[in-house]
Design a protein around this ligand. Structure first.
Ligand SMILES: [Zn+2]
Length: 129
């Protein structure tokens, strides 16, 4: 089984897979074919939720004020995975971002194909009362 093929096939169905090392149980998103901790070959995928935790965010250091169309990037760790990824974060401003807050995956269809892919994250808005 070639896990990266299955990973992309999963995305077509909006299923997010992480790769789990059978030896040290570290879960990688995006999947890796070899564990960076123990160098074991990885051949197991586990389904991950569409939510994660904001670890940190990066503002463009050259602009003093946040502009609405400015690209914001965040370091996010998808729940049940052990490796954070840097991706765009949407529908928010730096003031509203706090490390530790919950975010969810934003999907978009590809430009070349109709298959969905992950373009970034957005905050999960907790409804009051
Ligand atoms: Zn390992």
């Amino acid at each position: 089984m070639y896990i990266l093929e299955d990973f992309y096939a999963g995305l077509d169905e909006k299923i997010i897979y992480g790769a789990k090392c059978s030896k040290c149980e570290k879960v990688y998103f995006p999947p890796k074919i070899r564990c960076q901790e123990c160098l074991e070959k990885i051949d197991e995928l586990i389904e991950l939720p569409h939510s994660g935790v904001l670890k940190n965010y990066l503002e463009n250091p050259n602009s003093k004020r946040y502009k609405k169309n400015q690209k914001l990037f965040a370091l996010v760790q998808i729940d049940k995975s052990d490796t954070p990824v840097i991706m765009r974060i949407f529908n928010t401003t730096p003031k509203k971002l706090k490390p530790g807050m919950k975010v969810k995956v934003v999907w978009a269809n590809g430009k070349l194909t109709d298959s969905p892919h992950i373009v970034g994250f957005e905050p999960i808005l907790l409804k009051k009362n």
